[in-house]
Design a protein. Structure first.
Length: 107
């Protein structure tokens, strides 16, 4: 008899837990739809909503100022930062030139 009562109570708990979860899922779905509608209506962004910072995250990396220029074609410049050296820099060095010779503003 006690086992039957315990089983019945456990069954009720399981049913109530399932009903609770279904209600939460339904309300959650409604809330998501409402939020999406407001975002579309007002054109809100992730930054405005506080989901992204205004800082570097998601921003395009800024380019470093050019430090070196090709003497034969001054429109070809290089910042001297990360990455491979441009072909014109490699050719200049292969001919015995120095990197300092290519500086845009020499000290």
């Amino acid at each position: 008899m006690i086992n039957d009562e315990i089983s019945a109570i456990e069954q009720q708990i399981a049913e109530l837990t399932a009903k609770r979860q279904a209600l939460l899922n339904s309300r959650r779905h409604e809330a998501i739809q409402q939020v999406k509608s407001l975002i579309a209506q007002y054109g809100l962004t992730a930054v405005e909503l506080g989901f992204r910072s205004k800082g570097r995250a998601g921003a395009e990396p800024s380019k470093a100022a050019p430090k070196y220029a090709n003497p034969a074609n001054p429109s070809q410049t290089w910042s001297g930062g990360k990455g491979a050296r441009p072909k014109w820099v490699k050719e200049h060095l292969a001919k015995g030139g120095k990197l300092e010779d290519l500086l845009i503003s020499k000290p």
